[in-house]
Ligand binder design. Structure first.
Ligand code: SAH
Ligand code: SF4
Ligand code: F3S
Length: 446
């Protein structure tokens, strides 16, 4: 007996690491219903676009892509086209009205419903579900790692966000915060270890508020620091990373766990957003510049080798030249190793859109952003120089983009190192001595 040819599922993912992991969950759900993933929309029976709403540009890219896929659908009328993820959640009506070619609109908490919705779409109806949930964590679904390198994987430990940063759409597109059962996280990481993975990144919008309660509903049975330690103890060969930490609740307890466990990578992503306390208050970030710097001091004290990265927004509502200078001075004071840097993009219905005027002119935002980027270039270079000429341990991840004789890997500090392959392979831990560096990369010659 021959097994039936699987249907082909094409997934294109935009946005954050959580979306990448969600696409793997979607692949798992659909695999149970006879779909195998494929790498070109042209070959697909079902094409899903997992979308992001974080900035206007992210949405514009998807609208552009939908025009292309509409054309593809004209050539292949059998193709079902779905929009899933944050834009589906935010723009359900608009998507259904403006894009006749879209057969499915499915929000981030409704992926278990996908097979039913696909059946509906096959029968000629639109398959729509954008309900948010208070419980869904996809806990027992083993993600299908279709796009990965077989070495590092993402594991979502919570969903949603209970913070209310005034500029941010995530609480609207992803709903309320909920933590995933600790045992299911540990089982998933164990499965990765058994399959030869070497690095896991625990994901959440604010991992520090990960919490599962005991049966009484009050006592905390597992905090993030405890979870992190349990994950780290599964195997000394498995590196553990996590993202993102909110500055208002990164605890000393967590820093001590990081210090104690060698395989917990020494990198903390601690988005500051701005260096001005006045702007931070308008952003509703719940910390001041001084609070933030106090947390940086704690990291430096407890984890002297830890690298620190950040996210920054240029040109938030009412930002003055002085506020902007404070962001630049915060950057210098911390000496960030790496940063994601953005121009403020007003998102409809957020608190900032309702209450404040998006009053910094585009060209001023652009100029401030370019100053931030230029400064970060200097800081990134400066942060790498101390590693030149000294042995660093790296986990090899694959061939470098430029040459098939060079591998690239990452240090515990999340710095990219490029080195000659020699007799090493992806997945190996090795020690190399960088001989020079660029702002983005440590480079080791023979
Ligand atoms: N939960 C994470 C980050 C989520 S979004 C955290 O709180 O740190 C990733 C980054 O996108 C944010 O840190 C912020 O720097 C940026 N961002 C979010 N909303 C934005 C907006 N409206 N305009 C510009 N950048 C934004
Ligand atoms: Fe958005 Fe703030 Fe939540 Fe991060 S913590 S997802 S920036 S609301
Ligand atoms: Fe974007 Fe949604 Fe992630 S808005 S950044 S894909 S949570």
């Amino acid at each position: 007996m021959t097994t039936p040819t699987p249907l082909q599922l094409y997934i294109e993912t935009y946005g954050c690491q959580m979306n990448v992991n969600d696409s793997e969950v979607v692949a798992a759900v659909m695999r149970e219903h006879g779909y195998a993933t494929c790498s070109a929309a042209e070959n697909a029976d079902l094409a899903l676009i997992n979308t992001c709403s974080i900035r206007e540009n992210a949405e514009l890219r998807v609208w552009g892509r939908l025009t292309e896929l509409r054309a593809l659908k004209r050539k292949n009328p059998r193709l079902l086209l779905g929009v899933i993820g944050c834009m589906a959640e935010r723009l359900k009506e608009k998507l259904l009205e403006q894009e006749q070619a879209v057969d499915l609109v499915v929000g981030p908490d409704a992926y278990r419903e996908l097979p039913n919705l696909v059946s509906m779409a096959k029968a000629g109806q639109k398959g729509v579900n954008v309900e948010l949930s208070r419980e869904e964590t996809y806990a027992e679904i083993a993600p299908v790692r279709y796009g990965g390198n077989g070495i590092s994987a993402f594991v979502s430990i919570m969903r949603g966000c209970n913070n209310a940063c005034s500029y941010c759409v995530v609480p609207y597109t992803r709903g309320a915060e909920r933590s995933r059962d600790a045992q299911s996280i540990l089982s998933e990481v164990q499965l990765l270890i058994d399959s030869g993975y070497k690095e896991v990144t625990l994901l959440g919008q604010n991992v520090n508020s990960y919490k599962v309660y005991a049966d009484d509903g009050k006592t905390v049975a597992c905090s993030f620091a405890q979870l992190l330690e349990k994950v780290a103890l599964l195997s000394p060969e498995m590196r553990v990373r996590f993202s993102t930490s909110h500055p208002k609740d990164i605890s000393d307890e967590l820093l001590h766990v990081m210090a104690k466990r060698r395989n917990i990578c020494k990198n903390i992503h601690l988005p500051a957003q701005s260096g001005s306390t006045r702007i931070l208050e308008l952003m509703n970030r719940k910390y001041t510049r001084e609070d933030y710097l106090e947390r940086i001091a704690a990291i430096r004290r407890i984890l002297p080798t830890c690298s620190i990265s950040t996210d920054l927004i240029a040109g938030f509502c009412t930002e003055t030249e002085d506020d902007h200078q404070q962001t630049l001075s915060l950057m210098r004071e911390v000496g960030y190793d790496f940063a994601f840097m953005f121009m403020y993009s007003e998102r409809p219905n957020t608190k900032a859109a309702r209450r404040y005027k998006d009053d910094v002119p585009e060209e001023v935002k652009a100029r401030r952003l370019s100053e931030i980027i230029a400064l970060q270039g200097e800081l990134s270079l400066k942060s790498k120089l101390p590693y030149v000429g000294k042995p660093v341990e790296a986990l090899a991840e694959g061939f470098s983009k430029k040459s098939k004789e060079q591998l690239f890997g990452r240090t515990s500090q999340n710095m990219v190192v490029v080195f000659p392959q020699g007799n090493h392979n992806a997945g190996d831990y090795l020690t190399v001595v960088p001989t020079r560096c660029t702002p983005a990369t440590l480079i080791a010659e023979a």
